[in-house]
Design a protein around this ligand. Structure first.
Ligand SMILES: NC(=O)c1ccc[n+]([C@@H]2O[C@H](COP(=O)([O-])OP(=O)(O)OC[C@H]3O[C@@H](n4cnc5c(N)ncnc54)[C@H](OP(=O)(O)O)[C@@H]3O)[C@@H](O)[C@H]2O)c1
Length: 258
């Protein structure tokens, strides 16, 4: 980082010399996480379905003095994930931090839900995290160090009508997190899940105002979260301060699940 570059003002975590792979880094929560980890000194491997989609993230990181590279592919494709992890290893040699953030919704009431809507959401949100964790986990095992953060949702902790597919994927991610945390613990690899509540991004923008008002009413803090609320926690979980913290699910939801 050039001497005159100003790291993120809230950055108290030193990730200098570390490589962080962030999926779904083209916008929303993933972009905020990628930018934050880069501001804390990490070299970021940013993943989304297209390089064009990642251009804004890469440009923002580089113009702030950080280092980032775009890797295109679908998290729902085992082949794409293997290729991306090989490319990241070839380019940066190591991977210290993995953030499984890419996710989609295909909402609808369960009785009318098509197979495809259920399968697509599971394949992106849950299989995607599995493919990346398996591939990067092998790299981390060799390094005897790693930090894995899975972005779940409060919908994985409590039911949400219209999201049977999404909540199944996010609850599955929580079970996955706890088991993988136990499997990798002796190798100095921590695995945790963050469960955001309602965060203002493109994903939630599409909801009608009436729905937003109802959700807000259920949030004790009476406001929606921002992408930086999630990035702050992911950054902490990725850093040295979280060395004895593994297998946990932390909700960042303004008290919604309190
Ligand atoms: N926003 C919320 O209130 C909220 C609440 C709880 C949990 N979450 C979770 O937080 C994560 C991020 O949400 P967000 O609100 O930031 O969503 P978003 O704005 O819709 O962004 C989703 C990201 O995922 C990427 N993505 C989607 N499918 C992909 C695939 N098959 N392969 C690679 N990348 C893919 C998208 O990239 P491209 O389209 O460029 O490929 C994009 O970068 C998701 O896992 C979501 O479930 C969000």
């Amino acid at each position: 980082m050039p001497a005159d570059a100003i790291p993120h003002s809230g950055c108290t975590v030193d990730l200098t010399g570390q490589v962080a792979l962030v999926t779904g880094a083209s916008r929303g929560i993933g972009r905020a996480i990628a930018e934050r980890l880069a501001a804390c000194g990490a070299t970021v491997a940013a993943v989304a379905r297209s390089v064009d989609g990642l251009a804004g993230t890469i440009e923002a990181i580089r113009s702030a003095g950080g280092t980032a590279e775009a890797f295109a592919g679908s998290v729902a494709s085992s082949e794409d994930v293997s290729r991306i992890v090989s490319e990241v290893e070839a380019k940066f040699e190591k991977v210290h931090v993995l953030v499984n953030n890419a996710g989609i919704t295909k909402d609808g009431l369960m009785l009318r839900m098509e197979d495809e809507a259920f399968r697509d959401v599971l394949e992106t949100n849950l299989f995607g995290a599995f493919y990346f964790t398996r591939a990067v986990g092998a790299v981390m095992m060799r390094q005897r160090y790693g930090r894995i953060v899975n972005i779940s949702s409060v919908a994985g902790l409590m039911g949400n009508p219209g999201q049977a597919n999404y909540s199944a994927s996010k609850a599955g991610l929580i079970g996955f997190t706890r088991t993988v945390a136990r499997e990798l613990a002796t190798r100095n690899i921590t695995v945790n899940a963050v469960a955001p509540g309602f965060i203002e991004t493109d994903m939630t923008d599409v909801l009608p105002d009436k729905v937003k008002d109802v959700v807000k009413d259920h949030v004790p803090m009476k406001k929606f979260g921002q992408v930086d609320d999630i990035a702050d926690l992911v950054c902490y979980l990725s850093g040295p301060g979280a060395r004895y913290l593994t297998g946990q699910v932390i909700a960042v939801d303004g008290g919604m699940t309190a």
